[in-house]
Design a protein around this ligand. Structure first.
Ligand SMILES: Cc1cc2nc3c(=O)[nH]c(=O)nc-3n(C[C@H](O)[C@H](O)[C@H](O)COP(=O)(O)O)c2cc1C
Length: 168
């Protein structure tokens, strides 16, 4: 078990990273990130997901070109696309795949690999580029790359007293 204080520090240290080195990421590290995703909880343990590992530069550029606030993903040596299988759990596929994305981002951070949740992408076009079936849901494409440059300063969070309510 991890020390709770260390875990909290680790969670608070994570940052979205938008600048990457083009250094290749070893397959063992990619596998650890995928394994972290695979171990994520899901409603009724249905695991309604698939992961696509993209290393092809041209495909990565095409994805970047349809992500208005995610052009930076073009620098990433690897992208992992997370696909929700709507037919496997129509009620909870979004929550399940979102949890997968957090598991993967935290594993990446532990490996010194930067990533950033990319929401602003034309999902339908991205599905066509990736050969994802029309009836599946593309949650996000997570860029993965060793961090280039300074780690950004922490982004602010709302004060605890503004978001916390205790019912006794
Ligand atoms: C659902 C979601 C969508 C996001 N979409 C984008 C995006 O399209 N482009 C981007 O640069 N960052 C995106 N982000 C990253 C957020 O901007 C970032 O998490 C937030 O500013 C907090 O910073 P931090 O991750 O460094 O703590 C997204 C994050 C989430 C959770």
């Amino acid at each position: 078990m991890i020390n709770p204080k260390d875990l909290l520090d680790f969670l608070k240290e994570r940052r979205s990273i938008r600048t990457y080195k083009d250094t290749p990421i070893p397959d063992e590290e990619i596998e650890m990130i995928l394994e972290a995703g695979r171990s994520s909880p899901s409603a009724s343990n249905i695991q309604p997901w698939e992961f696509i590992v993209i290393k092809n530069k041209e495909i990565i550029s095409r994805l970047a070109s349809i992500a208005p606030y995610g052009r930076f993903i073009s620098q990433a040596p690897v992208i992992i696309a997370i696909v929700g299988k709507i037919d496997e759990n129509p009620q909870w596929y979004i929550q399940d795949t979102t949890l997968v994305s957090m598991h993967m981002m935290l594993m990446a951070w532990a490996l010194g690999i930067g990533t950033c949740w990319v929401g602003s992408i034309d999902r339908e076009k991205a599905k066509t580029i990736l050969g994802v079936a029309g009836y599946d849901f593309l949650l996000t494409v997570l860029p993965m790359g060793y961090i280039r440059g300074e780690i950004p300063r922490p982004t602010p969070r709302k004060d605890m007293d503004k978001i916390k309510r205790i019912i006794k």
